[in-house]
Design a protein. Structure first.
Length: 115
């Protein structure tokens, strides 16, 4: 069973920055993609960014130029650097990893951006 643990959420003012981290309980050498999703109150869960084992990262239009996804030197970590945060970025951010064709989700970390 793969476990994903997110950290780094919190309260920040608009224009500020946060860095989210996600650590998986196993090495993800064979993982095809790790990514971040967010769910605002009363809304569906949307893709924010994902990064493939091979290839360039993929971003949602609403975060392009502001967020950067990266994988750590240890293959079981993924980060999301969030800059120029806006109140509409508020939500629970979830880490997702795909291993052997199975999707695994973390429990999420709350990001609140005040205006």
């Amino acid at each position: 069973q793969v476990q994903l643990v997110e950290s780094g959420g919190g309260l920040v003012q608009a224009g500020g920055s946060l860095r989210l981290s996600c650590a998986a309980s196993v090495q993800m050498f064979s993982t095809s993609v790790m990514g971040w999703y967010r769910q605002a109150p009363g809304k569906q869960r949307d893709l924010v960014a994902r990064i493939f084992t091979f290839g360039t990262p993929d971003y949602a239009d609403f975060v392009k130029g502001r967020f950067t996804i990266s994988r750590g030197s240890a293959s079981n970590t993924v980060y999301l650097q969030m800059n120029s945060l806006k109140p509409e970025d508020t939500g629970v951010y979830y880490c997702k990893a795909t291993l052997g064709g199975i999707d695994y989700w973390g429990k999420g970390t709350l990001v609140t951006v005040s205006s």
